[in-house]
Design a protein around this ligand. Structure first.
Ligand code: DOR
Ligand code: ZN
Length: 431
């Protein structure tokens, strides 16, 4: 049975957590109603000929800065959701470093509601670990958890106080929520603009040592060992961080980790341009680190690719390196960077973009689901082979600070389906 609201996708290479096969997929009223071969479109049914394309569960970004409330000149929940949809995402976790901070139920509810109004992607607000992200007083985890928050982070900063972090893990354990850490010991990174290493010494710029990340990864692994609470490590960037998480997982500790598209594709050498486009926290590292992070993704030490999509207005990024804010866009280029730079089976790349982050975010009842009858229709259709280059003026994001101009990308979303509705069709957002 079909009706005028139903959608038929034929001939796609379907990839999900159960494997890979050629199939036709019918969607009606937000749900997958048929998965078979040889399906034909009924009269009036919307039909997408997906021969040569790959159909997967929608991507889930664990790390999106949507900037609203507070910095709407750089991004809004609507423009960021549109960028997400264009990149193949059906869900994003919104980082809490907004103004006001996402440290209360009212702000978290506002962010979720704006996401629903935009209707381009499911927006799951994170909550901050400390009030105002000031690092001194824990937020009301219980209330925020009741309001649906599953991931807590002070992202933009790490929680510096070890005792406060211990208490955060202890509360998290009781509530069944996850602490996500931006690992940076700030005493070691004051004034830093790039990775501390040969390139940085040569340029005479203040450096951000790998150790500043690794010390906090180590501290939190030991706090996980002590408390039994889960921890998620945001944007890991160094070889030693990957080794620490690998060892923690071997010990059976409940830790997960993510890496960004820029840390698997770009190095600190780009800072020789003195362009703040390449300034990011944690900073771009060396080729050895890039190789180690890729290997971490390949062997599953790092569970997910997360964008750290961090929009900034052009004026701020045109400032000198020491004054420009850190951060780069990521949502619209993530898939293209992953396929171009990760020597991994496509199913493992999609796992890192979809069902693994969905599980970490605690939304795997709705996102990252198998492509099967009865499942919610949150899906992405992409061309895994197309080579392309990003054109900043064509980005859906309100900002333009992408470091991937001139970088060959491979693989691009053609259609994104949220709750059975096309949010992107033939590469163009529908709303
Ligand atoms: O580069 C970054 N930009 N790293 C962060 O942790 C925060 C982010 C931002 O909000 O701009
Ligand atoms: Zn961060």
């Amino acid at each position: 049975m079909t009706d005028s609201t139903s959608l038929l996708i034929t001939g796609a290479n379907v990839i999900d957590a159960t494997g890979e096969r050629l199939a036709d997929v019918r969607i009606a009223d937000g749900t997958i109603t048929d998965v078979a071969t040889g399906l034909t479109a009924a009269d009036g049914e919307h039909h997408i000929d997906a021969a040569g394309l790959t159909l997967t569960p929608g991507f889930v970004d664990l790390h999106t800065h949507l900037r609203e409330p507070g910095k709407e000149e750089a991004e809004t929940i609507e423009t960021g959701s549109r960028a997400a949809a264009k990149g193949g995402y059906t869900a994003v976790v919104a980082m809490p470093n907004t103004d006001p901070t996402q440290d209360s139920v009212s702000v978290v509810d506002f962010v979720r509601r704006q996401g629903q109004l935009a209707g381009l992607c499911d927006v799951y607000p994170s909550g901050s670990i400390t009030v105002g992200r000031q690092g001194t007083q824990l937020t009301p985890f219980g209330e925020l958890s009741e309001a649906g928050v599953k991931l807590f982070t002070d992202d933009g900063n790490g929680v510096q106080d070890a005792l406060l972090m211990r208490r955060a893990f202890e509360y998290a354990k009781g509530l069944g929520v996850t602490m996500a850490q931006h690992c940076e010991v700030e005493q070691l990174t004051g004034g830093a603009v790039m990775h501390e290493g040969d390139c940085c010494s040569h340029l005479g710029l203040p450096g951000w040592p790998s150790l500043a990340e690794e010390l906090m990864v180590h501290r939190d692994i030991e706090l996980v060992r002590l408390t039994g609470a889960p921890a998620h490590f945001l944007h890991l960037s160094t070889m030693k961080s990957v080794e620490l998480v690998r060892a923690a997982k071997a010990d059976g500790l409940p830790v997960t980790a993510e890496a960004t598209p820029h840390h698997i594709s770009l190095t600190d050498e780009l800072l020789r341009s003195y362009s703040a486009i390449y300034k990011v926290n944690p900073p771009l590292r060396t080729m050895d680190d890039v190789t180690a992070v890729r290997e971490g993704l390949r062997d599953g030490t790092i569970d997910a690719v997360a964008t750290d999509h961090a929009p900034h207005v052009p004026e701020s990024k045109e400032q000198p390196l020491d004054q420009a804010p850190p951060g780069m866009l990521g949502l619209e280029t993530a898939l293209g960077v992953c396929i171009a730079h990760l020597d991994m089976p496509l199913v493992d790349i999609v796992a890192a973009l979809s069902w693994k982050p969905a599980a970490i975010a605690g939304i795997d009842d709705v996102h990252g689901r198998p492509v099967a009858v009865g499942e919610p229709a949150n899906l992405t259709l992409f061309d895994a082979d197309v080579s392309w280059e990003v054109v900043p003026a064509e980005l859906a994001s309100k900002s333009r600070n992408t470091p991937f101009v001139g970088v060959p990308l491979r693989g691009r979303t053609t259609h994104t389906i949220l709750d059975g509705t096309l949010t992107v069709e033939n590469g163009t957002p529908t709303r």
